[in-house]
Design a protein around this ligand. Structure first.
Ligand code: PBG
Length: 329
């Protein structure tokens, strides 16, 4: 029903009015920056399709973490690029592994000023590039894999991770990780589950960034089929029942309907991951002068918050903080 006196434009008249009635906002503390840390590098190695993002050395990572803490960012999530890969991905749970080294260094440097998250998966560490152990038929063995995810989680928590984020989409991974953490006395380590992670082409640049493209086949046997909404709800609910503390949807932009439905259905904090391909897409379009980068990044990330995401993992986290600091309305 509409009345002649209905004038919604009244509240759009000035920047101050628009700012007052804005229903969704971006804040530094809602943003988590994904970082790649590579073993044996002496200089950061740029990622060709992600201008501005690089594989970091321990030193350059420490500088980023300092910057993130100063800006009041929500946190930083670490992905490791190990020097040594094997069939089991054994560097992933090595107490001297690159992520474990990085966690110790960052924890002693930033103390409690910055939340540290660690991705728990095997694809960056296996020579075949799959997210789990393979059986003799070359298929990922679910139950052997989740046992290793438990080991990885314990080594990361012991090195100082506040939050463990399993991204392999194995069945039962959250329960296995919770049990392993509890048994190791790491009852305070929280789990952010990549619950509804779709088999997406938008992970393309990440596979260069983390050097983890599968050497044969693809990930469709464990990651979700993009058309499935009801199945995503089932995955989210299973992770909640297995003891996840926070749930995540990934990628973000093509899956905002899933974010919204998850927000409406579950009480846990919900995050979304704006992935490497989303970053690459916006950078490429902005460079081609299709639009202004800052406007595109702010609009798209606000749409993730409007869809119901409590927090966002995004390669633009530090840029957004800088732009928020400059904003007037
Ligand atoms: C797997 C993992 C991937 C991403 C995060 N964790 C890649 C994949 O599943 O193929 C993708 C993140 C991105 O694209 O930014 N450990």
């Amino acid at each position: 029903m509409s009345f002649p006196e209905d004038r919604p434009r009244r509240l759009r008249r000035t920047p101050q009015l628009r700012r007052l009635v804005r229903e969704s906002r971006l804040c530094p503390e809602d943003l988590i920056l994904p970082c790649f840390v590579a073993e044996g590098l002496s200089e950061p190695a740029p990622i060709s399709t992600m201008p501005g993002v690089a594989q970091e050395t321990l030193d350059t990572l420490a500088a980023r973490a300092e910057q993130a803490a100063e800006q009041g960012l929500g946190g930083l999530i670490l992905f490791g690029v190990p020097a040594h890969k094997d069939a089991r991905g054994s560097s992933a749970w090595d107490e001297h592994g690159i992520v474990q080294q990085a966690l110790r260094r960052l924890r002693s440097q930033v103390g409690d000023r910055l939340l540290l998250l660690a991705d728990d998966c095997l694809d960056e560490y296996t020579d075949h590039g799959h997210c789990g152990l393979l059986n003799e038929r070359g298929e990922v063995d679910n139950d052997a894999t989740i046992e290793l995810y438990g080991r990885i989680a314990v080594s990361q928590a012991e090195a100082g991770a506040d939050v463990i984020a399993p991204s392999g989409m194995m069945d039962g991974q959250v329960a296995a990780i919770r049990a392993a953490l509890d048994e190791a006395g790491k009852t305070d380590a929280a789990i952010l589950a990549y619950s509804a992670k779709f088999a997406s082409c938008f992970y393309g640049p990440f596979r260069e960034a983390a050097d983890c493209a599968p050497q044969f086949g693809d990930r469709r046997g464990y990651q979700m089929d993009p058309p499935n909404r009801r199945e995503a709800m089932r995955e989210l609910e299973l992770d909640l029942l297995e003891g996840a503390d926070m749930l995540m949807v990934k990628p973000a932009l093509s899956y905002l309907d899933i974010v919204r439905e998850a927000r409406d259905r579950f009480e846990l904090p919900i995050g979304c991951y704006s992935v490497s391909g989303e970053y690459a897409m916006m950078m490429a379009a902005a460079r081609a002068q299709a639009f202004d980068l800052r406007s595109a990044v702010m609009e798209s990330h606000l749409s993730m918050r409007r869809a119901g995401a409590d927090f966002i993992l995004t390669y633009f986290a530090l840029d957004i903080c800088r732009w928020l600091g400059e904003e007037i309305g």
